[in-house]
Design a protein around this ligand. Structure first.
Ligand code: ADP
Length: 244
């Protein structure tokens, strides 16, 4: 089966000369959810911004078998939806329903069709009660759901999510985990959170200095790169016994 994302030998440097990607190879298949780990500055965001054509490096990128180029960009952007880390950067219309119907309207759907797709997406994320709310009145978890609905309303085949639970509390994170698990799209998720990644992803990759240096299960990658906090429960036991 054709991979949904196929990246071969991708290189990119910023105008100031920073080499942000140095020969990245990556494949995402249908049904997969992959966690993208790596230290700050290792190239994760730069990589993801290539997949929907915001940045252009050297190498080849195919999305659903279509080579990414200037000509194919509109078709590719319909297949791949990016959810920003900060929902406030994504939500910009006065009401939730206007925000979520903006994408389908932009794709050329009639007002009626766009509204129907937006309502279906808001139902899918459990926000159908908040159609007429202002996005800035929503909680962080609701904002994330609204931003996700805006992407889902365009029926993408792939979801790219940049640190989706950064601003969420633990219940908000658990809700997001359940929601993401219920969505059929393949997903590529930048995250620093090993718990979150283990709950949603069936594979993980690790970026280091602009290179994808390892892949495996979330557990294998977390253990190999020591990508977790010390044993929290053990620390709590220790501090409970300590005399101040
Ligand atoms: P990550 O998402 O893993 O934190 P980034 O992709 O943001 O990493 O950054 C990769 C490298 O590119 C870093 O060295 C970073 O400083 C650099 N970088 C990111 N954005 C820019 C930019 N707009 N101009 C110059 N260098 C940048």
């Amino acid at each position: 089966m054709t991979p949904l994302i196929e990246v071969r030998d991708l290189h990119f440097h910023y105008e100031d000369g920073t080499h942000a990607l140095e020969g990245v190879n990556f494949v995402l298949n249908a049904g997969e959810t992959v966690a993208l780990f790596g230290a700050n500055g290792s190239g994760k965001t730069t990589f993801v911004l290539h997949l929907n054509g915001v940045l252009h490096g050297e190498g080849s990128i195919r999305i659903c078998g279509i080579p990414l180029s200037k000509e194919t960009l509109p078709a590719i952007r319909a297949k791949i939806g990016l959810v920003f880390q900060d929902s406030d950067e994504q939500l910009f219309m006065p009401t939730v329903i206007e925000d979520v119907s903006f994408g389908p309207l932009n794709l050329g759907l009639s007002a009626e069709e766009a509204m129907a797709q937006a309502k279906a997406a808001l139902e899918q994320v459990g926000l159908d009660h908040a159609l007429n709310k202002a996005p800035y009145h929503l909680s962080a978890g609701e904002k994330k759901r609204a931003a996700l609905a805006g992407v889902l309303a365009m029926n993408p085949e792939i979801l790219l999510l940049d640190e989706p639970n950064t601003f969420l509390d633990p219940p908000g994170t658990n809700n997001l985990i359940q929601l993401l698990k219920s969505l059929p799209q393949a997903k590529l998720i930048i995250t620093h959170d090993a718990y979150f990644a283990a709950a949603v992803a069936n594979r993980a990759v690790f970026f280091e200095k602009g290179k994808l240096v390892a892949e495996g299960t979330v557990r294998e990658i977390v253990e190999r790169f020591d990508w977790n906090y010390p044993d929290f429960a053990a620390d709590l036991r220790y501090s409970a016994q300590r005399r101040f």
